[in-house]
Ligand binder design. Structure first.
Ligand code: DAH
Length: 366
């Protein structure tokens, strides 16, 4: 219907109404219709659920416009109240229907949007989870352990915080012995210290186990050294101990020769130089042909063609005795190697500090 016509009919209707009802009723009827029209228009325009809820409260809420009008019903003549009441109910129902309709539409739209935006594309490559890698010290330790395990050795461990007794005394290093000077360490009390080497686990193991003993002991050791490219107050060793009947230096040489060849390559040669350790007799240092130059001489081996790999020797009878083992029946050999030095040689690392700084750029390379 064209709007001019609608205006016309509205007027006719109003005139008719004015005759039938009093002014108050007309005013109330007007207000109700105004609310109805405004509500329908606003509801149709609303774009989201939150806004829609606000409209619901505005029109139908306890403090809403419809309630406000209904409160005015008391002023109407008694016979008009049911008529107005019915009209108000109709308006309420109509608004409610519109609200429900719009809510459904908006919910559907939201669902559609979500389904569109939140779909998972299973063909998109996943996020790569970065894998770390073992620290070079751990890798070399594992590699060395595997070689000895292959020769029948067992891996055991001992405490970092050690008794002075096991660290020195039981290794044939009495209190007055000068070799305590070169192994100064961190003392917790006079009797308790941070171990300076893995050798104390020799006696600890002998106390617990009867021969045959065939162990390696990887672990952290401590010395009161100043930090530089070749020194760190914390470093790592692997100790070895074999005790049985008829163990001779031939066994020592055979085992260590196999070890060095497995670790650095078949062509690597070994050299056993006489040396002194309080806990072995005889004692020696073991050299291998330089890993870097193959024996020709270079900066790494100070042009000698050899690099020192470890200390070793036949277990001193006193040490066997400290371990509760009869030196007349049993003999053994022992060795101790510096893990950090071997890792550095293997990977061409020229500064021990790099192993402890935890710089990810360094560690990623292994
Ligand atoms: N404990 C010695 C050190 O820290 C290394 C060593 C040398 C261990 C000879 C041994 C050995 O078992 O037989 O310098």
């Amino acid at each position: 219907m064209p709007s001019s016509q609608s205006c016309f009919w509205t007027k006719v209707f109003l005139l008719y109404e004015e005759k039938s009802y009093g002014r108050k009723e007309i005013g109330m009827r007007h207000n109700l219709e105004k609310i109805r029209d405004e509500a329908i228009e606003n509801i149709s325009k609303v774009k989201d659920l939150e806004h829609l809820e606000r409209l619901r409260l505005k029109y139908l809420g306890k403090k809403g416009e419809l309630t406000r009008i209904l409160r005015g019903m008391g002023d109407l003549p008694a016979e008009e109240r049911p008529i107005m009441g019915r009209l108000a109910n109709e308006v309420r129902t109509l608004i409610q229907v519109q609200l429900d309709k719009r809510r459904k539409e908006l919910e559907e739209k939201l669902l559609e949007y979500r389904l569109r935006e939140e779909t998972i594309d299973v063909t998109v490559p996943g996020k790569k989870i970065e894998r770390g890698n073992l620290h070079p010290l751990t890798s070399v330790c594992n590699e060395i352990a595997a070689i000895f395990i292959g020769m029948g050795f067992e891996v055991v461990e001992g405490p970092d915080v050690e008794l002075e007794y096991y660290n020195f005394e039981a290794l044939n290093i009495p209190e007055s012995h000068p070799s305590r000077d070169v192994q100064d360490t961190f003392y917790i009390t006079d009797e308790i210290l941070l171990r300076t080497h893995t050798s104390p686990v020799q006696v600890r193991t002998m106390e617990e186990k009867d021969p045959p003993i065939k162990i390696i002991v990887p672990g952290r050791v401590y010395r009161s050294d100043d930090v530089d490219a070749t020194h760190s107050p914390i470093f790592h060793q692997i100790e070895g101990l074999v005790v049985d009947e008829n163990i001779t230096m031939a066994d020592l040489k055979g085992v260590l020769d196999v070890f060095v060849k497995e670790l650095f390559g078949e062509r690597t040669q070994t050299k056993f130089r006489p040396h002194y350790f309080p806990f072995t007799e005889p004692s020696m240092e073991v050299d291998a042909t330089c890993v870097t130059c193959g024996g020709k001489g270079c900066r790494v081996c100070s042009d000698t063609g050899w690099i020192e790999i470890l200390g070793a020797g036949m277990v001193h009878p006193n040490v066997l005795k400290y371990g509760g083992i009869d030196p007349d029946r049993y003999s053994g050999f022992a060795f101790g190697l510096g893990l950090d030095r071997i890792a550095n040689l293997k990977y061409g690392i020229d500064d021990i500090r790099l192993l402890y700084e935890n710089d990810i750029r360094f560690l990623r390379q292994f």
